[in-house]
Design a protein. Structure first.
Length: 166
């Protein structure tokens, strides 16, 4: 929990929000466009990501002060040998620019690094998604220019904790 956000895995009855979020053209435009989940695909995804889920993935909805869902945050493909995972955060387009993403990232990454024992969080952002790149850079992720086809960002546990102390 943060001051303005609360994170938790969705309940099955909240899958409608996930389907809406992924299907919303404005929200999804920066990440390749809308994804329309059928009922069957939504059930398969929910089983894989939430209940029962997998130890390599962790997905939460982001709720605002009114307990309304406004986005999602997750990690995927956790490599348990080196405790590195891939990051995802998405705020509904109408709620962007209100500070929700930064607070949700602080809460979620504190869990990943300091409770789960994560070492590195990566995010491969599309080259043309300047807003997404800038949001993560402002948060404290660092650009890794070693990957040419995407804008790879990385955040280590040490860097996250040093930034949190400020």
């Amino acid at each position: 929990m943060g001051k303005r956000v609360r994170l938790r895995p969705p309940r099955w009855e909240e899958i409608a929000f996930v389907r809406w979020l992924w299907g919303d053209p404005e929200t999804m435009q920066p990440v390749g466009g809308p994804i329309h989940l059928t009922e069957e695909a939504a059930r398969d995804w929910f089983t894989r990501m939430v209940d029962p889920g997998r130890p390599t993935d962790f997905y939460c909805l982001i709720f605002n002060e009114e307990s309304a869902p406004i986005g999602e945050i997750s990690f995927h493909r956790l490599d348990q040998a080196n405790m590195t995972a891939n990051f995802n955060v998405k705020i509904a387009s109408a709620r962007r620019g209100q500070g929700y993403a930064g607070e949700a990232m602080s809460v979620f990454l504190d869990y990943f690094f300091n409770q789960l024992g994560g070492r590195v969080m990566l995010d491969d952002v599309a080259l043309d998604n300047q807003a997404g790149q800038q949001a993560l850079l402002r948060f404290g992720f660092e650009h890794d220019p070693g990957v040419p086809d995407v804008f790879r960002l990385r955040l280590t546990r040490e860097r996250f904790n040093a930034l949190a102390e400020r």
